[in-house]
Design a protein around this ligand. Structure first.
Ligand SMILES: C[S@@+](CC[C@H](N)C(=O)[O-])C[C@H]1O[C@@H](n2cnc3c(N)ncnc32)[C@H](O)[C@@H]1O
Length: 203
């Protein structure tokens, strides 16, 4: 019988030894620093910008497409970033099953697929089970940050968060803190689209 060939992880890629066991942040990064997670990190401009700006925090980019994971790893290698790792995995699974409870200080969900057709709404990430899992992985006072250009998805997210009831909504003016634009944000703003954001603190 032919054995499946395991893929060798890229430099800067975190590959769990067991995908069915919870992973503690100390397994991902040797340095004991606050952990921030970017779900669907894409080509990684936001993630790389954050990791460069905040060397005293760790950044994990979750992305399902291998090509994008490889691209982010190459860029992180070139920049010699010690505080960045990628994880090639599905976002919901990562939050609901893989990451240890109370281990994340900020979780970013930026420009996710809005799944605009009504019959696809159930594929949207922001749902009650997902919010429950986000709440569980965040440390006390941890934050969930969400941005979209899709007005209807934004309203949907607001409704789901209100229904969930265990997040406090914080002001998020543009100059609140360093927060680089994502690749999609740059592209969409150049097309004249406007993004809306939610900044939510775990209570
Ligand atoms: C619209 S792009 C946004 C990328 C990046 N956040 C940005 O703003 O530039 C969505 C990204 O999320 C990834 N993605 C979509 N659904 C995902 C999922 N369920 N798990 C992991 N990655 C996902 C896609 O492959 C894509 O790279």
């Amino acid at each position: 019988m032919t054995k499946p060939i395991a893929r060798v992880p890229e430099s800067h890629e975190f590959m769990p030894t067991d995908y069915f066991r919870q992973v503690d942040k100390a397994e991902i990064f040797p340095a004991d620093q606050a952990l921030e997670v970017d779900l669907g990190c894409g080509d990684g401009s936001f993630l790389l910008g954050m990791a460069e700006h905040y060397p005293d925090r760790n950044f994990l980019g979750v992305e399902r497409l291998l090509g994008r994971v490889r691209k982010v790893c190459k860029r992180a290698h070139r920049l010699k970033l010690q505080n960045l790792r990628t994880l090639r995995l599905e976002s919901r699974y990562t939050v609901e099953w893989l990451l240890a409870p109370g281990s994340v200080s900020r979780l970013h969900l930026l420009c996710p697929d809005p799944w605009p057709k009504i019959r696809h709404h159930r594929r949207r990430l922001v749902q009650q089970d997902f919010l429950k899992a986000v709440h569980a992985v965040l440390e006390p006072g941890g934050e969930f940050l969400f941005k979209t250009d899709h007005d209807e998805y934004f309203e949907w997210a607001q409704e789901k968060v209100a229904e969930f009831g265990r997040f406090e909504s914080l002001d998020w003016p543009e100059d609140a803190f360093f927060y680089p634009k994502t690749d999609f944000q740059i592209q969409w703003e150049a097309e004249g689209k406007r993004l809306q954001g939610l900044r939510l603190r775990k209570v």
